[in-house]
Ligand binder design. Structure first.
Ligand SMILES: Nc1nc2c(ncn2[C@@H]2O[C@H](COP(=O)(O)OP(=O)(O)OP(=O)(O)O)[C@@H](O)[C@H]2O)c(=O)[nH]1
Ligand SMILES: [Mg+2]
Length: 361
């Protein structure tokens, strides 16, 4: 599960990306925080794991992860070769969601490619370049489909129809995510790898002077133009500075700034949510662990995330909610209160379920 980072040059994409991978190295001692120079792993912050580790005397915690892909900034006209062009967008075609970084900080030292701070103009420029890139891609696909259509295959005909619909929408300068699609089309369109069909999170990179609220006149405009919950304000510079400090100093620094937690945590959790993901937990002496599932997974599918044998031989799931365990303080009390449930194949797994699977292969 990956998130692709887009934005104009010099808005703070790499600053954020570096902070994410550095945090990964520090928090989890995870050996593969950077997979490739531009693909980094983010640890999904989850305090529940620390509680479980203590309660079960677990040797370690294993957090959930999501990946971020950093690419070069796009400029106006990138689709026609301006700046570095738009070739590197291929790196994010196969991601599941987009993080759009928008400059909301003023600085005389850091050049703004468009001359001055204007987030809505910047968002429009990037959106347009992404739309143009998707247009290139859909035209190529249509060309191929025109050839294949002679095979008179139902699937190819349906794809062609959808491609024509998408092309018309892009031609109106609209992102594909605003195109209304039925369920079949939603499934089909995933294989088109269109950037504007993916959900978006706007990250407003604010100035260090805007802490602790992280609100300024620029973030207000961005918020007014986007949907609820789609905007995360963050100060990339502070996030980077924070990670230069020891753990104790980090806490003091956050407190000084009036912050409860690093902004990265909010960003990573929002990204996880945007991807439609949820976490179930397992706990024992070996480890306290967070497992990633798609929202809507049934118990056997969740079991399959641990091991395919668990799914194949699924019998039932012993489930308690983290909140009950946290409130009551021990597994025994949860059990005595009748809150440890035995669930079957149709059980819809919820975020925060602590599960032990019974299986037989
Ligand atoms: N004052 C201030 N400077 C920042 C902030 N975020 C990033 N910068 C600075 O802006 C410059 C560009 O940041 P990068 O993270 O390299 O920008 P980018 O978006 O990756 O740029 P490209 O890779 O060229 O597209 C660096 O000098 C950063 O230190 C911020 O929140 N406040
Ligand atoms: Mg960069």
């Amino acid at each position: 599960m990956k998130l692709g980072i887009v934005g104009l040059p010099n808005v703070g994409k790499s600053t954020l990306f570096n902070a994410i991978t550095k945090a990964c190295a520090e928090v989890a001692n995870y050996p593969f925080c950077t997979i490739k120079p531009n693909v980094g792993v983010a640890i999904v912050p989850d305090k529940r794991l620390d509680f479980l580790k203590k309660l079960y005397n677990a040797k370690k915690t294993v957090p959930a992860i999501v990946e971020f892909v950093d690419i070069a900034g796009l400029v106006k006209g990138a689709s026609k070769g301006e700046g570095l062009g738009n070739q590197f967008l291929t790196h994010i075609r196969e991601t599941a969601a987009i993080v759009h970084v928008v400059r909301c900080f003023e600085s005389k030292d850091i050049t703004h490619v468009m001359g001055g701070v204007d987030p809505l103009r910047d968002i429009e420029i990037i959106d347009m370049e992404l739309i143009l890139s998707d247009m290139e891609s859909i035209l190529k696909r249509l060309e191929r489909l025109e050839k294949d259509v002679r095979l008179n295959d139902k699937k190819i005909l349906a794809q062609k129809e959808l491609a024509i619909k998408v092309k018309a929408h892009l031609n109106d300068a609209k992102p594909v995510r605003t195109l209304e699609l039925n369920d079949d089309e939603k499934t089909m369109i995933k294989d088109f790898f269109l950037i504007t069909s993916k959900p978006v999170l706007y990250v407003c990179n604010v100035s260090e002077n805007d802490l602790p609220s992280m609100e300024n006149k620029y973030t207000a405009v961005v918020k007014s133009k986007t949907k609820e919950g789609q905007v995360i304000p963050i100060c990339a510079k502070i996030e980077a500075e924070l990670l230069e400090l020891s753990e104790n100093d980090q806490e003091a620094f956050l407190k000084d700034l009036g912050l409860r937690e690093p902004g990265l945590n909010r960003l990573i959790r929002a990204g996880y949510d945007l991807l439609g993901l949820a976490t179930f937990l397992t706990a024992g002496e070996a480890e306290a662990r967070a497992w990633t599932i798609k929202k809507g997974f049934l118990a056997p599918q969740a079991a399959g995330v641990i091991h395919s044998d668990f799914e194949r031989g699924f019998i039932r799931a012993e489930v308690m909610s983290f909140d009950d365990l946290f409130r009551l303080g021990s597994e025994k009390i949860v059990k005595d209160a009748g809150l440890l449930r035995s669930e079957g194949k149709e059980y819809l797994v919820k975020d925060g379920d602590i599960i032990e699977f019974r299986f037989n292969v």
